[in-house]
Structures are given as structure tokens and as C-alpha cells.
Design a protein around this ligand. Structure first.
Ligand code: EPZ
Length: 418
């Protein structure tokens, strides 16, 4: 994997363009399988997770070509329903192919996606929803074969507003007989983007972003051209970089309402944030201060994906901040790495108390996961001295050339092979 070497202390100034949203591109690329034709997905970020998704599409029989930030998917040749194990394990979010492949072929075969660094990541909500739509599930070791000669629309109440389960149900329901209603669905902007893509394909989907999503199945879907929305987590990562290092950074092409909970936290910490027609600027010239409890919640609450990013900023704020991680059970692994940089963090289960220190100091650390790694990079930018982040390949899963973007803003960052 890669190693990031960051010499902290440079204040950051400049402007960068928001990248396309990873968590929108992945389900939309999977949804291309639903159409017996060609779709073009624009603003697709250049990420290893997107590359893996393209490999899965090719494995299913699709023709895929990338040209710049456009990925063209011709799904007319879909000829198999099995997602390769190695790709499934490489990227557990491949589970999103379940609904699309089941809808297109009447069956889908995946290996258990297993957990990852941040938690067990069960898929019980996906399984029970598809079963209630008439899918039969046969387990063979850690492989699961889903079969449904004909999916039937029904009412599904999600015990938790799972993003992936909501997406899988939406995709499967496009081929189901009758109407499927998802109660207590995920309300993330990426769900709305998926709805927009499906509607453009000719699907009857409505209600995304609200408390019930309704899908009327049975309509023939066709290929479309669609532009993926901007990545709200990558955007707040760059704003947080300016918060940690000081300076003034603008991200253009953003949608501020999609990360208002994070902007509110950064303002409370003493940053000035201005928004004007998609350009968001964060300025930080004075010392940071601790803020009230940060509780991660489903959208529109504070996003779990920004928890490590904000923790890195507040590790050198005056005072103590309580973090409560309500979404994933093991998402404080970056705290131990921040402590190597001098942070004062006490973790007890899903609660972490961060007591700010005057300034972090550079140190050798290891990226524990995608957002944990990004958090360490943010911390290193404001730290005194050199930080070496090993296993930084995690970062490339979700950030398009983070090092290049940070250098554009004036950071002293180099990336080398581990
Ligand atoms: C999506 O993961 C995102 N990934 C995650 O982003 C994000 O953190 C998460 O949503 C929450 O917002 C993609 O969109 C590719 P969930 P997903 O199903 O769909 C439990 C990143 O860094 N759960 O909403 O897997 C689960 O264990 C990644 O970009 C069940 O118990 O998230 C977790 O505790 C990380 N049973 C909680 O729900 C299920 O069947 C949220 O999971 C499904 C989920």
C-alpha cells in the first residue's frame, strides 16, 4: 500500500472542485444492470472502489469503458448472476449488486460480504426485505444464492434506515409485480440521486429523502446518461483540512445543505464558513474550541463518515468534546493513531472523549480504514513536524488523489510506495 508523508504547519489556501460522490456512483453503477442497454455515468470519481465495481460489472457480462470521469456501461450482455468472491471481499459494498442482479436475472449469488475495519456489517435487513418480496435464499457455506422467479411488491418497514438495504430494495422493486413501499428508509442524498437515476431509466420511484419510498415495478428500463452528485464527505474533508491547518479553503461544485450538520460543528468550533452558489469557503484564523456532544446519526444527522475527520480537527481545540458513534460499533480505531500524535482521547465503547491539546506532533501512524486514514491526514496537516501514514491505500478507496488536492492547497504531502 501507499505511504503518505506530511510535514505539518503550512496554512492552506486555494480552491478545489468537489469530486463525484463515491456512495452515489457505486449504487448507480450497479443499477446500470437493470437496463438492457447502455448508460453513461458522469462525474464518476477515480477511486479503487469504482474500479472494483467496474470489474464486477464486466464479470456479470457488461461492457464497461471509462473516459475521464465518464463510465459507460452496456448491460445488454448480462449473462451471469454471481458476484466474484474476491471482488465481494475486496469491497463489501458490492452487496449493492444483489438487488440489481436479482431484478435483472431472477437470481443473484454472493459470498457473505463479511465485516470490515469499522464493524460487523451484517446484511440481515437486506435479506429479510428480499425474502418478503418473494426471494428464496439458499446458503452454501459462506455463499448465498438468492432466487426469485417473480418478485412481488410489498410494504417493508426497516428496523434501521440502512443505506445499502434501502438501495437494494429500490433496485429489486423495479422488477417486482405491483408496488413496494419502504418505510423508515435511509434519507441520504445518495438515495435521492439513485431515485433520480432510476426515474430517468423509466422506473416509477418516488419519495426518496422522505419517510416512505414507493416503487411501482414492472416497467421496462432503458439506459440513460446521469451526472453523479458531489461527494459531501470528501468536501467536508477538505474544509476540515483548513480547519486543522489554518488558512482559507474553497470547495466549488458542492451542495452545502447536504453537509449542514458538519458545517454547524465546524462553525461552533470557531471556523467561518460562507456558502455562495455551490462554493463553500472555510476560514480559520483563530484557535479552535471544543464543541457540544457530536452524535453520529442517519441523515440528516451528523454523518458517521465525518466522525474521524472532525475528531482530528478537535484533537487540538481548547476544551473537551464528546463523540458518540451510533452507527458503527468499531469506528474509533483512528483514535489510537491520533494518540501517537499526542492527542488526548478516552474511548469507552461507542463514546470517545477528546480533550484538546495545544498542538499535535508528527509521528509514524497507520491508516485503519478509509475515513480514519483521511482523518490522520487532516490531523497531520496541523501537527508540528513530520507524520508518516502507512497503509494509506485505504484513502484511495474514497478520495480522488487526496495528496494532489492537498498540495494544490499548499500542503507539504508526498506519497510513496510502502
Ligand atoms: C453506507 O454503508 C456507506 N457506504 C457508508 O460509507 C456509510 O458509513 C453508511 O452507509 C452509513 O451512512 C456506501 O454507501 C457504499 P448501513 P452501508 O446499511 O449501506 C447496520 C464510507 O466511508 N446494518 O446504513 O453498509 C450496520 O451494521 C462508507 O464511505 C444492519 O444491522 O451502511 C451499521 O451499523 C463506510 N443490518 C448500520 O446499520 C443490515 O442489514 C448502518 O449501516 C444493514 C445495516
Amino acid at each position: 500500500m501507499n505511504v503518505y508523508t506530511i510535514n505539518g504547519g503550512n496554512r492552506l489556501y486555494g480552491e478545489i472542485e468537489a469530486q463525484g460522490a463515491k456512495n452515489s456512483a457505486l449504487p448507480i453503477l450497479a443499477a446500470c444492470v437493470l437496463a438492457d442497454g447502455e448508460s453513461v455515468v458522469e462525474n464518476c470519481p477515480r477511486l479503487s472502489d469504482v474500479d472494483n465495481t467496474v470489474e464486477i460489472l464486466r464479470g456479470l457480462g457488461c461492457k464497461c469503458e471509462r473516459s475521464g470521469s465518464e463510465v459507460t456501461v452496456d448491460a445488454s450482455g448480462v449473462c451471469t448472476s454471481a458476484v466474484p468472491d474476491e471482488l465481494m471481499r475486496e469491497m463489501r459494498s458490492s452487496v449493492i449488486f444483489l438487488g440489481a442482479v436479482l431484478a435483472r436475472t431472477g437470481e443473484a449469488e454472493i459470498c457473505s460480504p463479511g465485516g470490515c475495519e469499522i464493524g460487523r456489517r451484517p446484511i440481515d435487513l437486506h435479506i429479510s426485505a428480499l425474502r418478503s418480496m418473494g426471494a428464496e435464499i439458499v446458503r452454501d457455506g459462506d455463499r448465498m444464492l438468492f432466487r426469485a422467479a417473480k418478485l412481488k411488491g410489498c410494504d417493508i418497514s426497516l428496523a434501521f434506515p440502512s443505506v445499502g438495504a434501502t438501495e437494494n430494495i429500490m433496485l429489486a422493486a423495479t422488477a417486482a409485480e405491483g408496488i413496494t413501499r419502504i418505510h423508515n428508509p435511509a434519507r441520504e442524498p445518495e438515495i435521492c440521486d439513485l431515485q433520480a437515476f432510476l426515474r430517468a431509466m423509466g422506473a416509477r420511484v418516488s419519495g426518496a429523502g422522505g419517510l416512505t419510498i414507493e416503487i411501482e415495478g414492472g416497467h421496462k428500463l432503458h439506459g440513460v446518461r446521469h451526472r453523479v452528485l458531489p461527494d459531501r464527505i470528501a468536501t467536508v474533508t477538505y474544509l476540515a483540512a483548513a480547519a486543522a491547518a489554518g488558512g482559507a479553503v474553497t470547495v466549488s461544485g458542492a451542495r452545502p445543505y447536504q453537509f449542514s450538520a458538519v458545517s454547524a460543528a465546524l462553525r461552533e468550533a470557531g471556523c467561518e464558513i460562507t456558502e455562495r452558489s455551490g462554493r463553500v469557503t472555510l476560514v480559520r484564523h483563530r484557535p479552535l474550541r471544543a464543541i457540544g456532544p457530536v452524535r453520529t446519526m442517519p441523515y440528516p444527522g451528523f454523518p458517521t463518515d465525518a466522525q474521524s475527520i472532525l475528531m482530528s480537527v478537535l484533537a487540538s481545540a481548547e476544551g473537551s468534546t464528546i463523540f458518540v458513534e451510533n452507527i458503527f460499533e468499531n469506528r474509533f480505531r483512528h483514535a489510537g493513531e491520533l494518540e501517537k500524535m499526542g492527542a488526548d482521547i478516552c474511548v469507552e465503547g461507542r463514546v470517545a472523549v477528546v480533550t484538546g491539546v495545544k498542538r499535535l506532533r508528527g509521528a509514524p501512524v497507520v491508516a485503519t480504514d478509509l475515513r480514519g486514514g483521511a482523518g490522520l491526514a487532516v490531523a497531520a496537516l496541523g501537527a508540528e513536524g513530520r507524520t508518516r501514514i502507512e497503509d494509506a491505500g485505504h484513502i484511495a478507496r474514497g478520495y480522488e488523489q487526496l495528496d494532489v488536492a492537498l498540495r494544490t492547497l499548499g500542503a507539504d504531502v508526498t506519497v510513496t510506495e510502502q
